[in-house]
Design a protein around this ligand. Structure first.
Ligand code: B12
Length: 489
């Protein structure tokens, strides 16, 4: 339906996933080379909107960095009344840049921003960025549908929306009170992602087979770690049933030939019964697929792990964060490193690869805590690891008093966990960088780890193919004192 006055299609939205930095750098960015994942939030929203009678398309600039021209062509041809942007903190300003481009091209088009960064910043986004017309806080499916239905009228009653009223005052309708029943959602519109699945790839050495993809089967997390931004789904836990989940995997296999899934749920095993049912289905009616997931140590046991292995579980990631018990206790509930070590050994004993997720530079970090962390981590059967540079995100609890805990340079575009934006009291950036490199090197120089990567020649030949194809960029990156790979979590 095209608007008679300004000729915009009021029932159409273009959803944009910004790249987050200069496109010239994208070809040599280690993080992108190591992994490109589908924007599941946008794909879910697109499927939902289409079911509700709207037309929604997606341009993923992260997977396709040179997409400005594509966006402008789309605007000229389809004249959508709305454009939507999904942003993290580091990609937000690139989203603003594209929004300015969009507004300059198509008069009357409205811009909606959603995702984690704006859910944390809320009214401040409209105060500071005139190019943003609406912010959607929290879950997007219902809120965006109602916003689109409101069309040109003020979305005064739409929960979750922040807008400017007729006088230019910024109004927030409050966090949406009801939450979606996840089994009622259509599967994400993967087919709207250009080149899916081949344009997307999981972290190198993190999967046995291609094509592969990531998937989300729950929302929210009941824990409240100091560094974690929970602005979108907050502290609850909702999940897809085992039946829905199995159906989702079967769909991915049949429609796209997917052979391996990485579940990006914060707590895949939080509901044990669901995992038992799901794994039983995968064992009794095999799909020929394997999977990875992330767990919290409290929510696994050996029986469950054996079942998961039988069902095709290839790797489990666990947030360790730091091996220094005192530092961990400052940032995480139930910090019990002995229990964590025992669970890591159980995963390994069950024949599943273990990936440790660590952080360096947390408030309170010292040379001694880094040494303790390395000793702890290297005493465990960890096959792979990711060491992130701690970054205080606006929605995380620690952000509130971060300036009291060290030196923080809040430059959103650089807040991608690839550089130390925060320097804890008593440490220097140079020293942190040195210890960071030492941490990584110590991991990669361990004979068990080297043998593990050799074994990947037959366990994950596709990873080796990608590694060789990008060999010179990986070496250049390693020499430039940054970190090898980044998978966000
Ligand atoms: C998978 C994942 C990744 C993947 C893929 C990201 C992608 N392509 O979308 C990878 C590994 C690449 C990644 C990278 C990074 N990630 Co990440 N990631 C996640 C994770 C675990 C799941 C995201 C997801 O799919 N959620 C499920 C979907 C359904 O939810 P959603 O995306 O939030 O979308 C919903 C709403 O937000 C809203 N919405 C979203 N977009 C829009 C747009 C519009 C218009 C509307 C109306 C609504 C709306 O509606 C959606 C449906 O309800 C989240 C944590 C989490 N549990 O959400 C962290 C998370 C988003 N990542 C985080 C971080 C820090 C990063 C990195 C900076 C870290 C790094 N260097 O590795 C990079 C940044 C990359 C970038 N360019 O932005 C932080 C973001 C914090 C922040 N303020 O920026 C999070 C929140 C983790 C955390 N708790 O701290 N990440």
């Amino acid at each position: 339906m095209t608007d008679k006055n300004n000729q915009l299609d009021q029932k159409r939205i273009l959803l944009i996933h910004p790249l987050g930095y200069r496109k010239e750098a994208a070809g040599h960015d280690i993080s992108r080379m190591a992994n490109i994942m589908p924007p599941l939030g946008l794909a879910g929203i697109a499927a939902y909107l289409e079911r509700e009678g709207f037309a929604a398309d997606i341009i993923d600039c992260y997977a396709h960095p040179d997409s400005d021209a594509l966006i402008l062509d789309y605007l000229r041809e389809k004249r959508p009344a709305f454009t939507g942007f999904s942003c993290t903190t580091s990609s937000f300003l690139d989203g603003v840049r594209i929004a300015e481009l969009v507004k300059a091209e198509l008069a009357g088009v409205r811009t909606v921003f959603g995702g984690v960064h704006v859910s944390a910043m809320q009214e401040k986004v409209l105060d500071d960025f005139p190019v943003v017309d609406f912010v959607v806080v929290g879950e997007g499916e219902e809120t965006l549908t109602e916003l689109l239905r409101a069309g040109n009228s003020e979305p005064a009653g739409v929960e979750g929306v922040i807008f400017r009223d007729g006088n230019g005052a910024v109004v927030y309708n409050g966090y949406r009170q009801t939450r979606l029943e996840l089994d009622s959602l259509p599967f994400p519109a993967y087919e709207k992602l250009a080149g899916y699945p081949d344009a997307y790839m999981l972290p190198i050495f993190n999967y046995p087979k291609a094509p592969n993809t990531s998937c989300i089967s729950s929302r929210g997390c009941p824990y409240a770690c100091s560094y974690c931004d929970r602005s979108v789904f907050r502290r609850n836990f909702r999940y897809n049933s085992a039946e829905y989940l199995y159906g989702h995997l079967r769909y991915l296999k049949e429609k796209f030939g997917i052979r391996h899934i990485n579940f990006y749920d914060d707590q895949f095993t939080f509901n044990r019964e669901r995992v038992v049912d799901f794994t039983t289905m995968m064992i009794e009616q095999p799909l020929g697929m394997t999977f990875n997931c992330a767990v919290r140590a409290e929510h696994i046991d050996f029986e469950l792990l054996k079942l998961m292995k039988k069902a095709g579980c290839w790797m489990i990631s666990l947030g360790i964060e730091t091996g220094d018990p005192d530092l961990l206790a400052q940032h995480r509930q139930n910090a019990d490193l002995d229990m964590l070590a025992e669970k890591i050994r159980l995963i390994s004993k069950a024949g599943i690869r273990v990936k440790g997720l660590l952080m360096m530079g947390l408030p309170g970090e010292t040379e001694s805590s880094i040494r303790k962390s390395m000793d702890y981590v290297f005493s465990l059967p960890i096959d792979d690891f990711n060491l992130a540079k701690f970054t205080p995100f606006p929605g995380s609890p620690i952000y509130r008093n971060i300036h009291e805990l060290g030196e923080f340079e809040e430059d959103w575009e650089k807040m991608d966990c690839m550089s130390f934006r925060f320097i804890p009291h008593g440490m220097s950036r140079e020293r942190l960088e040195e210890l960071f490199i030492r941490y990584y090197k110590s991991h990669y120089q361990r004979p068990k780890v080297i043998l593990g990567y050799v074994a990947m020649l037959w366990k994950s030949p596709d990873s080796w193919r990608r590694f060789i194809a990008n060999f010179f960029d990986f070496i250049k990156f390693a020499r430039s004192n940054k970190r090898l790979g980044s998978d966000g979590e």
